[in-house]
Write a protein that binds this ligand. Structure first.
Ligand code: PNS
Length: 161
């Protein structure tokens, strides 16, 4: 049984994330989408909200689960009996941070491999921050986030001035 972990902050999940999640799930028996906090980013949505948005977006897909990531990713992976972390990579700007994380995780647990999956070219420009910027300024987020969560994302910014 091959279990992969797809970690991220998903604040909120975008169609780019979803594309990586489905492609990653096709490479393993079980994919755990692990929702954590990046110390460099303050999140707009609480962890519980981010989990709910992901669950709504993914629906009932066999082989994919969404779970909170509290503490270190390597500890989480060990607990889940997984030796593979898979992350999406967009542009060079993602690389430095992801490279550092992958090496740190390797030092923490040499048995855990980090795989990088190139983003779908259609989503290479897309990020959670861009979605939030648009939503905050009443821009159109159609096609950027799953339809099933679009209104919930917009609602979050309804009273923003
Ligand atoms: O979507 P992001 O912001 O790139 O996600 C980052 C995340 C949550 C995957 C990363 O910060 C993480 O793995 N956090 C858990 C703590 C950890 O293990 N950090 C790496 C070693 S210091």
């Amino acid at each position: 049984m091959k279990t992969f972990i797809c970690p991220g902050s998903f604040d909120p999940v975008t169609n780019g994330h979803l594309d990586i999640i489905y492609r990653a799930a096709a490479l393993c028996d079980k994919l755990i989408v692990a929702v954590g906090d990046n110390v460099n980013k303050e999140t707009t949505f609480s962890k519980q909200e981010r989990i709910e948005l992901l669950k709504t977006a993914i629906g009932d897909k066999p082989g994919i689960s969404v779970e909170p990531l509290d503490g270190l990713l390597t500890d989480f992976a060990r607990k889940k009996k997984s030796k593979t972390v898979i992350k999406g990579l967009r542009a060079l700007s993602d690389f430095e941070y992801e490279f550092q994380m992958a090496l740190l995780n390797k030092i923490l647990d040499s048995e855990i491999e980090t795989l990088f999956m190139m983003t779908n070219v259609n989503y290479s420009y897309l990020s959670s921050s861009a979605v939030k910027e648009l939503a905050r300024n009443a821009g159109n987020i159609e096609g950027l986030v799953p339809d099933s969560i679009k209104d919930k994302v917009l609602d979050k910014f309804k009273n923003y001035k």
